[in-house]
Ligand binder design. Sequence first.
Ligand code: KIV
Ligand code: ZN
Length: 566
Amino acid sequence: MLTNPAEKYRAFALVDLPDRTWPNRTITHPPIWLSTDLRDGNQALIEPMSVEQKLRLFELLVGIGFKEIEVAFPSASETDFRFVRRLIEDNLVPDDVEIQVLTQAREDLICRTFEALSGAKRAIVHVYNATAPVFRRVVFRHDAQSTLALAVKAASLIRNLAAERPETQWRFQYSPEVFSQTELEFARDICNAVLDVWQPTPECKAIINLPATVESATPNLFADQVEWMHRHLADRDSVALSVHNHNDRGCAIAAAELAQMAGADRVEGCLFGNGERTGNVDLVTLALNLYSQGIHPGLDFSCINAVARTVEDCTQLPIHPRHPYVGDLVFTAFSGSHQDAIRKGFAARRPGEVWEMPYLPIDPADLGRSYESVVRVNSQSGKGGIAFLLERDYNLSLPRRLQIEFSQVVQRAMDATGREMTAPMLWDLFEQKFLLASAPFKYISYHWQDDETPACLTTTLAYNEAHLTLEGTGNGPIDAFVHALNLGITVHHYEERAIGHGSNADAIAIVEIAAEWLEGTIHGVGIHSSIVTASLLAILSAVNRGLATLPSEMQRTVVPFSKRQK
Ligand code: KIV
Ligand code: ZN
């Protein structure tokens, strides 16, 4: 039994913002992105990355298009310190990229941070201290005043150390850690006090970063907090307002999106949501959410699988198969009705049209993903999925009634194995059931004579290994063949088309026959370079399949030659 939550947990206080504006806004442009994969993401790994792994990930982030990258917490880790040095000394930071490093608001750590950054062309120094009441009271035993004084002292030291190093183009960032649980008035006061030290300008903005260090409330509440800060920050034009969402309630994406509507200019996060506990906000999902609304995020995920494999390699953390946009299964439909809708969507789609595809919010091809796995067939699937795979991979489009008949065959096969069926497996089964249905009748040859009336077809067949020559007359070869067989069948439906491409194209004939000795109707299929032969093969395929449903003694009463044979 869960304990009584009312006795244990407190609901989050509402923000007094009756004239909030964010609910009426939409996002019209991407935020400034900051990747903290190499800092916050790295700090949360079971095994933090080596310098070489960090270099690999740094290159990936630059390639994706990040212009602000938090690369390290150099005063906290020797590896991080060495990594920053390597970036600077080997000149690995492109001119249009700013590296950012984190430090606590402590003199020794700030000095060490500047040591790490020595000789950098551009850098953002990111300083933080915890501001939420529980941290002030329990963790640091500081009152609000000394918490604010600590931030101001750190900000002053940073300003002074930067001034002594004019060879670097500096920017500064302050985070009131656990902003999400901090009284808004106090968060405003401490941020404004820091800004007062830094004196940013619209040309060289300071960054005020509002972390949901622990996500503690619904995203609308976070948006209210951000809008409130957006209105109360001093000299707002000289500030880039940033958010840093963690995903404790699973709402980090929503919170970061609403925060942008509420005034945030910048978002910090990690690829695929790596980060402490439930992770940082997932920058890939945020970016592709924008992309799917027609807004270019300014980040390139056109080879998302390669990005995913590199991140998995560096972090040693697997990406969930249902992770938005990147998971192995996210562009896959197993359910019959979904498959049917997707198949119709692809059939109706014309080049250059706006993307309007049932069940697929984004074109997998835009992410470098193939349509290969869009439809997969298992026991939950229906005829639509089976037809889709055969059409896509074998250029075989089946009439609806044959789809129904074949899907029952597939269903039985899957019930027996409990396994998914791939396109090659479906084709094998189709071949086995329809194209190789060559007993008891096996086609050998035919001769068609239409210079007399009625036109006459002579055919040679094997019936249980014995050769037979039969003759029939009719309006066309199919009609005459049915007459020659003399099995009392009627052809209900006949269809022919090409299968394959160009000079390799064969003809496929599909028939649906009925007979008194058959329950319902049954399909047969034939493939051959000659359309007449394909049609005769199709009829024999249907007859053989029909006879296979009968007990052998009944087969003998249906097939007149069987008596002659004995
Ligand atoms: O989650 C957090 O609060 C942080 C800060 C250091 C910005 O990572
Ligand atoms: Zn964080």
